[in-house]
Design a protein around this ligand. Sequence first.
Ligand code: PGA
Length: 224
Amino acid sequence: MKYLIANWKSTKNVEAALSWVDTFNKFVYKDKNLQKKLNENYLKIIICPSYHLLYPIKKSIYKNKNVVLGSQNVSFFDQGNYTGEVSAQNIKDLVEFSIVGHSERRKYLKEKDNEIDQKVMLLKDYSIEPILCIRDEKDLIPDKVNYIAYEPVYAIGTGKNENVNDVINTKNKINLGSNSVFIYGGSVNPENMTQYLQSSEINGFLVGNASKDPQSFIEMASKI
Ligand code: PGA
């Protein structure tokens, strides 16, 4: 199974998100080959919008077991009186996955390893699969994390994607379990993704900028 994950970050309001979904759906309806890949568990598409978009997208997105939603974050508190927080319990009916530890959160929100651990634990409690972002081989990987997204900071949003050999070198330094899914992220786009697809070491992509436009996102899905 290959994974294509859209990380829209904090960019879309409801109208923009629904317009993206509309275009996405039209493309998928036209692309029989893509439908086959989804139906045959060859490809899973995970769309990670901001929280406010989860429900409207869930309602309107192309229905398929391999087109699912993820959140971009989750609270390290369980459900309760934590004004402004969104807990794993709050979103468990909407998402199958949740990104945790994205480098932008580590940088701008000063997110710490113990908070990331706590988030992973809560997600697991509510049967949501964490996708842990690591910046390099030194970032800690809590037990029970199966999905690792390696995203070198210099490559995020810069157009400077890391070449496939360097990505694999880093992978080899990480202690991965046999069930681990290894995902690369950092300026992946329809043009540069071929080199990664040629390697069986890379199980998927976490895509920021190139996922915000439905056409380039679909182009990537078709190439996988
Ligand atoms: P990018 O973002 O594709 O724009 O580099 C990736 C990410 O931050 O997850």
